[in-house]
Design a protein around this ligand. Structure first.
Ligand code: AHR
Length: 330
């Protein structure tokens, strides 16, 4: 329905323009496209999770399924995401799918999309906007809940009263994943007198940055530290931390430094199976089918539910099996 209206308005506009004898630059205008046009603003490719997420989107938004996907990789920069959204508005896409890098700074550009009549579907992370009507729906994980699952595991494995010395390596500052996982850890540390935060480092969700900051941190210690847990806000952070710890002579696993990670991609589960990662909390990147369902609902004139949270599980090294690893899709 929306589509017909949009095409009709465009045709009227074209008649008006030619009647006036004036020309407008409509290069890249996709309003007459037969397929449903999706403008997608992806954060980048900083992690294995992100790559799996992009693949999941590309697998559903195909021509065979009735879509034309315009995929933009923002290379970890919010300004690139904003520029891409403005371009999609100019092109008159049917929907914008946005994976916001951070929560703040979206009011103006989402208002522009709303004024252009283009519904925005948020995937993965959230935005912090005054007006909730600036986005049609959000599909993703409950990051705080993921962090609480990690804290519950720590409560269960460390005897009450024993010191638990934690290094916390954060993801991209201001992203929903960082905010939720950090808030959960803070709550847990504040409610356990014997849990101590030794350091907080910025790993920006990447292996390279984490390896660098963790190596610097460990090398600056006067002697080998007593570290019980490294709470890594995603798998790539965990890979960087593991590499740095091992190079500095630490043993990782249940009898050494316990690495906790989020995402539980195949690479992390493999390290979990071999005992080097103690806990992998799942963050499901396969959000394409759910995003398509939401868009199909809007195409049919229905109002989608505002928030959709995906089911996730937890993998502890001691429970993981080869069969689980083999069946892992990402
Ligand atoms: O927002 C989801 C997080 O972002 C994932 O945990 C991480 O790997 C990604 O880059």
């Amino acid at each position: 329905m929306r589509r017909f209206l949009r095409i009709a308005l465009t045709l009227l506009g074209l008649i008006f323009v030619s009647a006036c004898g004036a020309g407008t630059d409509t290069s890249g205008d996709l309003s007459g496209e037969e397929l449903t046009v999706i403008g997608m603003c992806q954060v980048g490719a900083e992690s294995d999770w992100r790559v799996a997420n992009s693949e999941s989107m590309k697998a559903v938004f195909t021509e065979e399924n009735g879509y034309r996907l315009l995929f933009d990789d923002a290379r970890q920069k919010q300004e690139n995401q904003i520029t891409a959204i403005r371009k999609f508005i100019q092109q008159q896409v049917d929907y914008i799918v946005l994976m916001p890098i951070s929560e703040s700074g979206w009011d103006s550009v989402l208002q522009e999309a709303k004024e252009a009549g283009i519904p925005v579907v948020l995937v993965d992370r959230m935005v912090d906007v005054e007006d909730e009507s600036l986005y049609a729906a959000h599909i993703g994980s409950n990051f705080w809940e993921e962090g609480m699952r990690a804290a519950a595991w720590m409560e269960q494995v460390f005897p009450e009263g024993d010191p638990v010395r934690i290094i916390h390596i954060q993801g991209t500052a201001g992203s929903t994943a960082q905010l939720g996982r950090t808030a959960a850890l803070e709550e847990a540390v504040n409610s356990h007198e014997n849990w101590e935060l030794l350091a907080r480092l910025d790993g920006d969700f990447t292996q390279a940055k984490t390896y660098e900051v963790m190596t610097d941190y460990l090398s600056a210690l006067p002697e080998k530290g007593d570290i019980d847990v490294v709470y890594c806000e995603n798998d790539n952070i965990a890979f960087g931390a593991l590499q740095a710890l091992e190079e500095q002579g630490y043993t990782c696993g249940r009898n050494g430094v316990n690495i906790i990670t989020f995402d539980a991609t195949r690479g992390a589960l493999a390290e979990c199976l071999n005992g080097k990662i103690s806990l992998a909390v799942e963050c499901n990147p396969l959000l394409g089918p759910l995003a398509a369902e939401v868009i199909q609902a809007m195409e049919a004139g229905r109002v989608p539910e505002k928030h959709h949270y995906v089911e996730e599980q937890v993998f502890a090294a001691e429970d993981l099996t080869e069969a689980v690893l083999e069946s892992r899709k990402y």
